[in-house]
Design a protein around this ligand. Structure first.
Ligand code: SAM
Length: 219
């Protein structure tokens, strides 16, 4: 079956035969792909009835009714988190993701895959504070938008401010993402009125930092 680049990247980060908890599964296409292509055992959960119906319809279409558990549950409450599970929370805002991770169940998670389109700096900071480190990150471009997907594992690491902002992994490995981020920072600076002296200074520092990183990375 065909998946979007974003969901395919998430699927590629999950080992074969893994137990997966897909929180906010919506259509459950990720779960169907993981079951068919990687022999994963998926629990697809959502709080929305329409999403759950779409998940059920798709699971029936692929004849996987006995292989994928579809659960109506808010966040991590109502699903069983085991140490070997990969927990995926994708396609949601940072605040919703952090709200889901405020459950006491978070302490049982060893492997976590997150994908939010906004406030990545806050997401990285808060998830690090919850006791996870960033093992891998990928920035996927689709129709001019970059989707950042973060694989986290249980463990304590602290990062520098710029690593929280742009991602420690992306800073080392992804020149095209950094170029895109640089353009966004320049646009933000152009929108900041002159009276915001401190904010403009910070924005200029971000730009200088990214220019230096891009310059250091091999083409
Ligand atoms: C935009 S869809 C993303 C679907 C899929 N994860 C993806 O990345 O393509 C977000 C889904 O998350 C669900 N959702 C939002 N908050 C949730 C929560 N607290 N618990 C479970 N599902 C939630 C919504 O109902 C919706 O179906």
């Amino acid at each position: 079956m065909k998946l979007s680049k974003r969901l395919k990247t998430i699927a590629n980060m999950i080992p074969i035969n893994t137990r997966v908890l897909d929180i906010g599964c919506d259509h459950a296409l990720l779960d169907i792909y993981l079951t068919l292509e990687k022999g994963c055992r998926c629990v697809a959960s959502d709080i929305n009835d329409r999403a759950l119906k779409s998940a059920r319809d798709n699971v029936i279409k692929y004849d996987l009714k006995n292989k994928i558990d579809i659960v109506c549950a808010p966040g991590l409450d109502g699903v069983e988190v085991t140490e070997d599970s990969y927990v995926v929370i994708a396609g949601m805002g940072t605040m919703t993701i952090l709200d889901i991770l405020s459950s006491p169940q978070v302490n049982k998670i060893q492997h976590l895959i997150l994908q939010s389109n906004r406030e990545l700096e806050t997401l990285r900071k808060e998830v690090t504070r919850l006791g996870f480190y960033i093992r891998e990150e990928h920035a996927i471009e689709e129709k001019g938008i970059y989707y950042v997907i973060i694989l986290l594992e249980k463990g304590v690491v602290s990062y520098r401010e710029m690593e929280y902002r742009y991602g420690p992994y992306l800073l080392k490995h992804d020149r095209s993402y950094l170029k895109w981020a640089l353009e966004r920072e320049r646009e933000m600076l152009a929108c900041l009125p002159e009276i915001y002296v401190e904010k403009r200074k910070k924005q200029e520092q971000n730009i200088l930092f990214l220019e230096a990183c891009i310059g250091c990375q091999k083409k």
